[in-house]
Design a protein around this ligand. Sequence first.
Ligand code: PLP
Length: 397
Amino acid sequence: MSYDQKMFGLGSKRSIIREIFEYSKTRAAEIGSDKVFDFSLGNPSVPAPKEVNETIIELLGHEDPVLLHGYSSAQGDARVRKTIADSIVRRFGVDITPNHIYMTCGAAASLSISLKALVESEKQDEVIVFAPFFTEYRVFIENAGAKVVISKPEEKTFAIDVSDLESRINEHTKAVIVNSPNNPSGVVYTEETIKALCALLKKKSEEYGKPIYLIADEPYRELVYSGVDVPYLMNYYDNTLVCYSYSKSLSLPGERIGYIAVSPKMEDGENVYLAVCGAGRSLGYVCAPSLFQQVIARCIDAKVDIEIYRENRDLLYNNLTAYGYECVKPDGAFYLFVKSPTGDAFDFYEAAKKHEILVVPCDDFGVEGYVRIAYCVDKARVLGALPAFEKLAKEFK
Ligand code: PLP
């Protein structure tokens, strides 16, 4: 065999989410799509804001097509980066400039580039993730040449357990990845937790005489309900990189657009930014899609209607808990993390499947015995699934 076995492994084994999604399509062809309650994929169901589509049309009609579809600077168009930097200054009070922004193809690329920029693979670096976590972190971290270390959450709340984190940090720790609002739990970490986390990272960085970086993975920042606040991590910790994406915040997952923001207060930050540019270059992630860079710059304050997600959240959370299921009330993102009544995630997944409900068993997310319900679906699907969830709860009793 003359190809990389690890890459072969990644390519030949589909993720469980994709597996379920494929099954859902086959099943829908057999019995009708209205009878299959697929909650597997985090694909936004709310359309992109009207102004996004209007801007695309406007750009196509009025901009020079050669420029519009041409290469931008490797790190992204300077004016687009300025618009994004100005928006961060305005919204979060961080004194950031276009020279701290690197445009990417979404959060997946932002994370891959950031990790590649930071990890020194010859040095046995470790990157800590907080369970439950987005399973692709494992792929990105290992691909950058580091080891994945999992920090266990506080029981029941799924908040970060700072004392567990402390026990995982050692001289090899290069970075921690914080994802809030969280996929798959929907939990938003409180300011108190963030302060405790940052104080610990500062103390440990001093103890080991080197920075431990904080990577803030924020594709769900804008999807929060009940007015909860999502602390902006650069305001709490200098050695922060924000990995942002418009996939969920503007419902543009297929367009592959996002950015990395390096904190202007980062130690040796100019060089870290250059390492980000180098990592983007080495991975082939240069010149993020030009058309969508321009769209983002013109729609910087656009928002999707998150009321639709909030309604689904309330319907599912209120009814499922009334039927006897255990779950944390999600403050953000569009996922509900539900405990299997038997304690085994696959039991729950298989039993739900018999009622045509498709949920994702989450053992690979670092917490055993839970399934994820992605409620970024039509309300009709939620309403259709509720009686089946109720029957299922009775079966388990
Ligand atoms: N990070 C988390 C926590 C996610 O849930 C996702 C996608 O679902 C990503 C990153 C990747 O997002 P993108 O589509 O912007 O690459």
